[in-house]
Design a protein around this ligand. Structure first.
Ligand code: NAI
Length: 645
């Protein structure tokens, strides 16, 4: 076998080690699955006392199916065959007469989790990287290799559906608590622990009676209807059929995707043939491409970050970097300005660690790395210096003059500016090639994209280092050129402007937002403007339109009255407990969505034509991850291509 190694030890245990050839990660390609069948043949001939699966890779157990293979599924029949292969093989594994165990260290995704579920036992290694997940839904497909059958039986249907419908990862401790893992052990004892569990003869994990009852009718109906309601809040069936199919397959077909009749809207044929699935696989590869920009400056290993300006952006950027393992110094003019940022960070960390038993300890570790630094001492040691002071050219230039004189010669100097030209700020530097834009979006913790802005003077190596840094803090870097609004704001501004024009013309904000939601946007443009802050939206609009367009009157009036949106409790909507109070949307005029999205599509085309991003695919990736633009469309450029819009 090319990818698996099978060793037997003195206890009669067979150790199956997966180390996929010519690949840094273990993916379950057709070849790997065929070899797994061979491995089971060998064990049939000479049954071991126990068969333990483990990974031969540095990082990770199994990353899931080979997504490259999905792009070759050009007919439902081929898709069906791929599902059948895994379903049959894992059923065979689940039925072998000897004990089986998955020793899971690092990521365990999709088909990897389904393999583990088909085993008698699972031992999870307690490390930050260990995560069980069934993320198929994010690709528009379903966990068809037994996940929908076995996960509900192991952890109960409500928890299982939550995992399958969100694609979220479960760490080792939680896996143990919920019964997904039989043991959670530290790395140094993992092999011994696996051996002991495998030979223990202990009964398999059993669900309590009530949970078992919920796995079948009539109680399964209640669970399914709850789950459908939850899903409906996030995704419409016409845009995203897969989550609805998962619920139906679990409730009505025993988790067997192959059993759903082909003419049903929740069948494999419908899903595999849908544009959504094709486009979500496309989005996956766009994401991989964005990630790859982080690999171009391999030697750059930043550890210390200095952030200047502890406002909305700087405070949150600093908090995020500390959470991702950096040591961060945070500077502002006065300590009183830094304190609120630290308080906000502490609240965010508390939320993040709320389920962990050692939450306090974890929080302390992270907070220890976030250091208030009113005097700006951190500049001298920092590997990356990010400026996020208010939007004023003179102030930024003065700041960078001082920073350049004190920073390490190889430190990365970055500005978070939204609307100033990087080239203008860089003029203040002795060496303008050092300045790069690292443009985060608000809210920092939620937005996956960061634009890496290469000004006319920024040298290539600096831009590459900036992208590497962005990747290090787990964001997606998008290289863009220095032009007004870069990519994301340049496409958002005309879209929000059009929405506000609709409101000027008498449509209610609710109606306008509903049109965008029905198109597939995660949030309507009016609520988005309120969320960004109407003052920020107005300033951005001004600098982008450069005097060509008047600000919409309603917007100007709201800003003048100090009603700046969500943050002041009133904007286009009123806010209660941070939530917009909305009247019913009423009927949405025909073509309203097209009218709203049209300017966004046109602006994206313009950015591609103007070389702001290198190509149409990157524009799609940037707009999806930077604005949430309907992922099922595959991005604005793909949408134009496929619909002729
Ligand atoms: P903010 O007004 O909330 O915060 C600015 C902070 O900088 C204030 O706390 C101020 O005391 C401090 N500051 C001003 N001059 C300083 C100096 N010389 N030294 C140290 N601290 C100084 O501003 P916000 O919204 O955080 O924006 C900061 C930058 O980020 C701007 O360049 C803006 O264009 C950009 N940006 C803003 C976004 C937003 O949604 N608010 C999104 C992306 C970028």
């Amino acid at each position: 076998m090319k990818n698996w190694k099978l060793d037997r030890d003195a206890d009669g245990i067979a150790w199956a080690t997966l180390d996929k050839a010519e690949s840094s990660t273990n993916v379950l390609s057709a070849e790997v699955m065929a070899e797994l069948a061979q491995l089971l043949d060998i064990c049939d001939r000479e049954p071991p006392k126990a068969l333990i699966f483990r990974s031969g890779k540095e990082a990770g157990f199994i990353a899931g199916a080979d997504i490259e293979e999905f792009t070759t599924l050009d007919s439902p029949a081929k898709g069906r065959a791929l599902v059948q292969r895994g379903w049959d093989l894992y059923n065979r594994l689940a039925a072998v007469p000897y004990v089986t165990l998955a020793l899971v260290r690092g990521h365990c995704m999709g088909g990897g989790t389904e393999l583990a579920l088909a085993c008698t036992y699972r031992v999870a290694v307690d490390e930050p990287g260990t995560k069980f997940a069934l993320p198929e839904v994010m690709l528009g497909i379903v966990p068809g290799w037994g996940g929908m059958l076995r996960l509900p039986q192991l952890v109960g249907p409500a928890a299982a559906l939550d995992i399958m419908l969100t694609g979220k990862g479960i760490d080792a401790k939680r896996a143990k608590r919920m019964g997904l893992a039989d043991e959670c052990v530290p790395p140094r004892v993992m092999e011994n622990a696996a051996r002991m569990v495998a030979l223990s003869g202990r009964p398999r994990h059993q669900l309590p009676l009530m949970q078992r009852l919920m796995n079948s009718a009539p109680l399964s109906g209640i669970v399914a209807s709850q789950a459908r309601k939850q899903v409906a809040k996030r995704a419409r069936q016409e845009h995203y059929p897969a989550p609805y199919a998962i619920i139906d397959m679990w409730q009505n077909y025993g988790g067997n995707a192959l059993a759903v009749p082909a003419n049903s809207p929740t069948s494999l044929d419908a899903i595999i043939g849908s544009a959504t699935t094709r486009n979500l696989v496309r989005v996956f590869f766009l994401q991989e491409r964005l990630k790859s920009f982080g690999k171009e400056a391999a030697g750059f290993a930043p550890k210390r970050v200095h952030v200047i300006g502890a406002g909305v952006m700087g405070g949150d950027i600093a908090a995020w970097c500390a959470q991702r393992g950096m040591t961060v110094t945070l500077q502002d003019q006065k300590i009183e300005r830094i304190a609120p940022a630290i308080k906000r960070a502490a609240e965010a960390y508390r939320r993040k660690f709320r389920y962990d038993r050692d939450a306090d300890k974890q929080m302390r570790f992270v907070l220890d790395r976030l250091i208030p630094d009113p005097a700006g001492e951190g500049v001298r040691q920092a590997d990356v210096i990010i400026e996020a002071i208010f939007e004023n050219l003179d102030a930024k230039q003065a700041l960078f003059r001082d920073v350049e004189a004190r920073a390490k010669p190889d430190a990365l100097l970055a500005s978070n500016t939204s609307s100033l030209r990087l080239g203008d700020i860089a003029q203040a530097l002795k060496n303008p090639a050092r300045l790069v834009g690292i443009h985060f979006f608000n809210p920092v913790a939620k937005m996956p994209l960061v634009e890496v802005v290469q000004g006319a003077t920024t040298d290539d190596a600096t831009a590459k280092k900036a992208a590497a840094f962005v990747r290090k803090i787990d964001k997606l870097p998008l290289p863009v050129k220095d032009a007004p609004g870069f990519l994301v704001n340049a496409v958002l501004a005309p879209y929000m402007l059009e929405a506000m024009r609709c409101v000027e013309e008498g449509l209610s904000p609710e109606t306008v937002d509903e049109a965008a939601l029905a198109f597939g946007m995660p949030m309507g443009p009016i609520e988005l403007a309120d969320t960004v802050g109407l003052d920020v939206a107005m300033a951005a609009g001004k600098s982008l339109a450069a005097g060509v367009t008047e600000a919409p009157k309603k917007l100007a009036d709201l800003v003048a009255a100090g009603n700046l949106g969500r943050k002041t409790g009133k904007g286009f909507y009123a806010y209660e407990k941070g939530k917009a109070v909305k009247a019913p949307a009423g009927s949405v005029p025909a073509k309203l969505a097209e009218r709203l999205v049209g300017p966004l599509l046109a602006a994206t085309q313009k950015c591609v034509a103007g070389g702001i991003v290198a190509d149409a695919d990157l524009a799609d990736g940037g707009v999806i991850f930077g604005t949430g633009f309907a992922p099922f469309t595959g991005g604005p450029m793909n949408y134009i291509k496929s619909t002729g819009a």
